[in-house]
Structure formats: structure tokens, C-alpha cells
Write a protein that binds this ligand. Structure first.
Ligand code: CIR
Length: 258
């Protein structure tokens, strides 16, 4: 399992509530979102990570979801080309921040689009989600870049699912060849060599979790999957994600981990 040492994070900006969302939970409370973000950062530190904090930018309401404008691997960082036009400018600050940590940096070029939230790494394999944000050309460019580094990849088309924004909204890698997935995607052929743990439908939001070293960071309030994951011997770190959920955000979106 990948050992993670660092993460890049970015707090919500004052315009956070103006971001894109399809969720029906009402407007987020900015102060509460900031508090939840601070708690999230502390949780990553507890998992052993050293954090780099990028400054908030009111011009980009969704920029706290720092996972989407890049894909980071042990060998190469890739600047993405986010599928939502309002988010494309977020790549500038990420492109400036990554050279401190990565010698080699590649880019997804238009007309290819990729959101980092569609990319699920399982050791040396990458699942690439095709979604409203990641198109076939972007997926093809990313697969080529990854293959050059010796990584394998497979495509998971989620375009027919109205329930999920990104692939990682619906599936996460728990390590040890185990995936945690929403029922609708659990039987996908791309996952056939993995042990797939299905979340109960009322716990779908918890399908996005973070395995970081010996810890698993989980959205709070989902006891069934928390017990299943704890029974595998992981230390659970539960976090209240209410304000980010209102903006279609989940745990992985709030950091780039490497
Ligand atoms: C968006 O629609 O782009 C943001 N409001 C949410 C992005 C969530 N990111 C992620 O799942 N990786």
C-alpha cells in the first residue's frame, strides 16, 4: 500500500456557496465549512501527513476541492483539465505548487477533460471514470501518461448514473485489494479482481473514504460501513462533512495526497 507523507489542501473561499452543486441540502454555512476544513486538516496530520496550505481564492468557489485540478502519483504529477468551465482556472495555482514536490509534471490538454475526482488509484492500477467532467479524450491521454510510468488503468463509465458526480463519489480503494463501492457500481467488470465491499444504499455518501497509512478517514454518521472497515483492523477517523456535502463534495476532494 502506498505510504502517504504529504497533502495539499485549500480552505473554502468566501464565495464557497456559489460553487456548483446538485445536492438538495440547502446553502452551506461558511463558518461551519471552515471549521470542518480545519478539522479535516487536523485529521490528515493525525494520519501522518505534512500539509501544504494553498490560499483561498474568491474567484473560484469550488477551489477547496483541490483534488480535481491534478492527479498525483509516486512518479509523476499530472495537471488536469477540469470538465466544468468555471473550474479550469484552478489549475494555475496547482501548477505553481506541484514543482516543489514533483520533478516531472504532465498535463491533460483540451479537448481532453479530466477531473481528479474521477481517478481512483488502487496500488499500481488506476480506475478512470468517464463522467460529465472526464471525457473519452481526457481518459485516453491520462491512460497513456500512466502507462508510460508502468501503471495500468481501466475505464469505468458512470455517465448513465445520475446519482454520482465523480467516480470516487461511488468507489474508494481501501487497500489490500479491497474496494468500497455503492451497490449500483459494485458489479462493474473493471472491479472483478477485487474484493468489493458494498455500502448500504442509505450509506452511499460513505463510499468516498480515504485510506491513509493505517487510518481510514470516513464521513461521520454511517455506522454500518464504519464497523465493516474497523473490523478489517483499520483505525477509523470519522469527520462531519455536512457543509461540503451540500456542494457535492466529499472527503477525497479536499486534498491531494502523496
Ligand atoms: C463541483 O461540482 O465541481 C464541486 N462543487 C464539487 C467537487 C467535488 N470533488 C470531488 O468529488 N473530487
Amino acid at each position: 500500500m502506498t505510504q502517504f507523507r504529504r497533502a495539499i489542501v485549500r480552505p473554502p473561499s468566501r464565495t464557497f456557496a456559489d460553487g456548483l452543486t446538485s445536492a438538495q441540502f440547502g446553502l452551506p454555512d461558511l463558518d461551519k465549512a471552515r471549521e470542518q476544513h480545519t478539522t479535516y486538516c487536523a485529521a490528515l496530520e493525525r494520519c501522518g501527513l505534512t500539509l501544504t496550505h494553498l490560499p483561498p481564492d474568491d474567484a473560484f468557489p469550488d477551489s477547496t476541492f483541490v483534488e480535481d485540478p491534478a492527479i498525483v502519483t509516486s512518479k509523476l504529477a499530472i495537471i488536469a483539465n477540469p470538465g466544468a468551465p468555471s473550474r479550469r482556472g484552478e489549475v494555475t495555482i496547482i501548477a505553481a505548487a506541484l514543482p516543489e514536490f514533483f520533478e516531472r509534471i504532465a498535463r491533460i490538454a483540451a479537448p481532453g477533460t479530466v477531473d481528479g475526482g474521477d481517478i481512483c488509484q488502487a496500488d499500481d492500477h488506476f480506475f478512470i471514470g468517464l463522467s460529465e467532467r472526464t471525457n473519452e479524450e481526457g481518459a485516453r491521454q491520462l491512460a497513456t501518461l500512466l502507462a508510460r510510468e508502468g501503471f495500468t488503468s481501466s475505464v469505468v463509465d458512470i455517465r448513465a448514473s445520475s446519482k454520482v458526480l465523480h467516480l470516487k463519489t461511488s468507489v474508494s480503494y481501501l487497500g489490500d485489494r479491497r474496494l468500497v463501492a455503492m451497490r449500483e457500481i459494485a458489479d462493474h467488470a473493471a472491479f472483478r479482481d477485487y474484493d468489493v465491499i458494498t455500502v448500504a444504499p442509505e450509506e452511499n455518501y460513505a463510499a468516498n473514504l480515504l485510506r491513509i497509512n493505517e487510518f481510514v478517514v470516513l464521513a461521520a454518521g454511517f455506522p454500518k460501513i464504519a464497523k465493516t472497515v474497523a473490523d478489517f483492523g483499520h483505525t477509523i477517523v470519522p469527520l462531519d462533512m455536512s457543509e461540503f456535502r451540500k456542494m457535492d463534495g466529499s472527503l477525497s476532494c479536499l486534498s491531494l495526497r502523496f
